[in-house]
Design a protein around this ligand. Structure first.
Ligand SMILES: NC(=O)c1ccc[n+]([C@@H]2O[C@H](COP(=O)([O-])OP(=O)(O)OC[C@H]3O[C@@H](n4cnc5c(N)ncnc54)[C@H](O)[C@@H]3O)[C@@H](O)[C@H]2O)c1
Length: 352
């Protein structure tokens, strides 16, 4: 006899299960495999429903919904960004997400995405750098050593072989935390006293700071020829990290231009400033890095398709690992139209 699936149940991946999943797979392998899912989805970019994320801005932060669909599956992420949270003992970024079946609209997965966002952001950055960073790059400066920073380091190690890190944060305890967490993973780590010191000799510069303002984490004189910049922290209107002059000297690669023009570093530029869509590079339709002296910039803001890839990846791990709970999420009356009858039967059962 074929077992009927439990129609009320949606697999739920809690924070505890996500941590167990990442540890069971291994962080490096998780990031590498997730990068593969992202590349697969970027190669079929044109299939997807795409829209800039729906953002609700407030004085202290932003809450965003990020939906997309490939016609078979639908995914969305809820995510916030509140730079002041860290000072109150809270995460700057928290997230959860859903994957659903387009055929019947039923959710197929509900999962924590705070950890998953850090993983997908790092995997996305490393995928971009694979195509844009100078060949043989080994040294990366990471400016901003908060929650995302270790994930970035490990992804760049796993996908590009980066093994020398130069860390800088306005709060030196963040750099010490980052160095301590990465100890024993094969990195040669230098903690730097200034951003200027951090970028010395770096092939790749990652900026991943959190501040709700037009910040200037990198000034023009800090960026020499041939460098790849992975600009992660500027991801909201009025929240950027790079001096405008750097943008004018760089070849700029973006996820989804209509969203990046609102949220990315390029909000500082004219609306028609030329940018290259990263999917075109990944799909082999256009070139990434063309010369050794070129400055390449990945103006990362985080796009829904990356979260969709991450949701697909997590869903594909569930059966083999069993690392989820069964969540009684969907009302499933015996007769579909008898939703109210289900309520009455529950009342009768409670009374008995
Ligand atoms: N592009 C994306 O896809 C994406 C995804 C996730 C997060 N983000 C962004 O990345 C940023 C970092 O996120 P997080 O979770 O690591 O935040 P976090 O608050 O944990 O860490 C941010 C760090 O930046 C440091 N910092 C702030 N101003 C600085 C400055 N001027 N110079 C040097 N260091 C400075 C802080 O001291 C802190 O240690 C946020 O702005 C977040 O919105 C982007």
């Amino acid at each position: 006899m074929i077992m009927q699936p439990k129609l009320n149940i949606v697999p739920f991946v809690s924070v505890d299960h996500m941590m167990k999943l990442v540890l069971a797979v291994g962080v490096e392998r998780f990031l590498t495999e997730l990068a593969g899912y992202i590349e697969d989805d970027f190669r079929r970019w044109e299939l997807f429903d795409k829209t800039p994320r729906v953002a609700s801005h407030s004085h202290d932060g932003v809450i965003e919904l990020m939906p997309t669909s490939d016609g078979k599956l639908y995914g969305f992420k809820y995510v916030n960004g509140h730079p002041k949270n860290m000072r109150e003992g809270l995460q700057t970024v928290t997230a959860f997400g859903v994957l659903a079946d387009v055929g019947n609209g039923y959710p197929m997965l509900l999962t924590e995405m705070t950890i998953l966002t850090a993983l997908r952001t790092a995997a996305m950055s490393a995928v971009a750098a694979k195509h844009l960073a100078p060949k043989g790059a080994r040294t990366m400066a990471i400016i901003g050593n908060g929650a995302q920073s270790e994930f970035q380091a490990i992804a760049f190690n796993a996908l590009l072989g980066i093994d020398r890190l130069r860390l800088y944060d306005i709060d030196s305890s963040a750099s010490r935390k980052c160095a301590k967490n990465l100890a024993g993973m094969g990195f040669d780590i230098t903690i730097c006293a200034t951003g200027q010191e951090a970028v010395e000799g770096a092939d790749i510069i990652t900026t991943v700071t959190a501040d709700k303002q037009y910040a200037t984490i990198l000034t023009d004189n800090m960026v020499g020829p041939g460098v790849h910049i992975n600009a992660v922290g500027g991801d909201c209107p009025g929240k950027t990290e790079l001096h405008r002059d750097i943008l004018l000297r760089s070849d700029i690669f973006v996820e989804f231009p209509p969203q990046t023009r609102i949220e990315g570093e390029i909000q500082q530029l004219a609306a028609d400033h030329p940018v290259t869509e990263l999917w075109q590079v990944i799909a082999g339709k256009t070139e990434g890095r063309k010369s050794t002296r070129q400055i390449t910039l990945f103006d990362s803001v985080g796009f829904a398709i990356e979260d969709f890839s991450a949701l697909r990846y997590v869903r594909d791990q569930l059966q083999s690992t069993g690392l989820y709970e069964e969540l009684d999420l969907l009302a499933d009356p015996d007769e579909p139209r008898d939703l109210f009858g289900m309520l009455l039967r529950a009342k009768a059962a409670a009374a008995a």
